[in-house]
Design a protein around this ligand. Structure first.
Ligand SMILES: C[S@@+](CC[C@H](N)C(=O)[O-])C[C@H]1O[C@@H](n2cnc3c(N)ncnc32)[C@H](O)[C@@H]1O
Length: 284
């Protein structure tokens, strides 16, 4: 495929993630993917979600009544499973469609779960949580500045010895990414907008940062919109420095959220970082 003709944008020079997830057309497709037990594009396959929740409950010692904050909870795949075990979950997500689905299931089953439609980058996250989750490598879609702010807010939201848990796109993933551009009528089979539209997908890489930008330009004849998807491939050392800068302890390291062992050549890794028990807090 040809390389992009447009100049490579500055790193993190646009941020459209909330607009992507809350778009009325795109969010319908993403919700269907979340709910497909075998799909891997929006959430992990549901058997992996089951095993992850088993491991999280065991590893974090989440007893009935424990409080968990699920950042970017989507339609509640993790939140509902935790709440069915008596864990009190607060899910935050920017997608109206996903939050409506998550609330409907929680209400139908009478689960101890509440869901807020907000951006976790702007909203107050509250306090008093035994654990906070950020699942499916969403950390790596954020700029270093956004990550620093989010981690500080997470540290304020946790009780002493509370755990922040996330999975991360690993540095090893970067080596397989190459720049290209493609154009197509109804790009990706109508995923981006109601048909008909013209779509362009450009990918740039930033080897010096291990950063990838996928930019999608969608023109339906009436308007042109762009969606910028950043993927920052990180090392455990880089993540540890960011966690420590926010006041969290050096993390335990795993291969994924089922508790698999860390693999330095693997495409992802997962961290469990505690808020040190002696932490005193200022104003939230
Ligand atoms: C890849 S999905 C993962 C969903 C869920 N964690 C899971 O693994 O099933 C990312 C989710 O994060 C949400 N999201 C992305 N950016 C967000 C933001 N700034 N604030 C709140 N939610 C956000 C999206 O709407 C989407 O539901």
């Amino acid at each position: 495929m040809p390389t992009p003709t447009a100049p490579r944008p500055e790193p993190f020079s646009a941020f459209t993630t909330p607009a992507f997830w809350d778009d009325p057309h795109i969010s319908a497709g993403m919700l269907a993917l979340h709910l497909d037990p075998d799909a891997e594009l929006a959430s992990r396959p549901h058997d992996v979600v089951d095993r992850s929740v088993d491991w999280l409950v065991r590893h974090l010692g989440l007893a009935t009544g424990a409080r968990v904050l699920d950042l970017g909870c989507g339609p509640g795949l993790y939140a509902h499973r935790l709440a069915r075990r008596g864990v009190r979950v607060t899910g935050i997500d920017v997608s109206r469609r996903s939050i409506a689905h998550a609330r409907a299931i929680a209400s139908a089953e009478g689960l101890p779960a509440e869901f807020r439609r907000a951006s976790y980058l702007d909203a107050s996250l509250g306090s008093g949580y035994d654990a906070a989750l950020l699942v499916y490598e969403d950390f790596c879609a954020l700029s270093p500045t956004q990550r620093a702010g989010l981690l500080r807010a997470v540290a304020r939201a946790l009780v002493p010895d509370g755990a922040f848990v996330m999975d991360v796109t690993a540095a090893a993933r970067f080596t397989s990414e190459q720049p290209f551009e493609e154009k197509d009528h109804d790009l990706d089979g109508g995923f981006w907008a109601p048909s008909p539209y013209e779509g362009q997908h450009e990918r740039w890489t930033y080897p010096e940062l291990r950063l990838v930008l996928d930019r999608y330009t969608i023109d339906d004849g009436a308007s042109e919109r762009q969606f910028w998807n950043w993927t920052h491939c990180l090392t455990p050392d880089e993540v540890t420095r960011e966690l420590e800068a926010a006041g969290l302890a050096p993390p335990e390291l795993f291969g994924d959220l089922t508790g698999a062992p860390y693999d330095p050549d693997g495409p992802t890794f997962a961290v469990v970082a505690r808020l040190p028990s002696g932490t005193t807090r200022g104003n939230p």
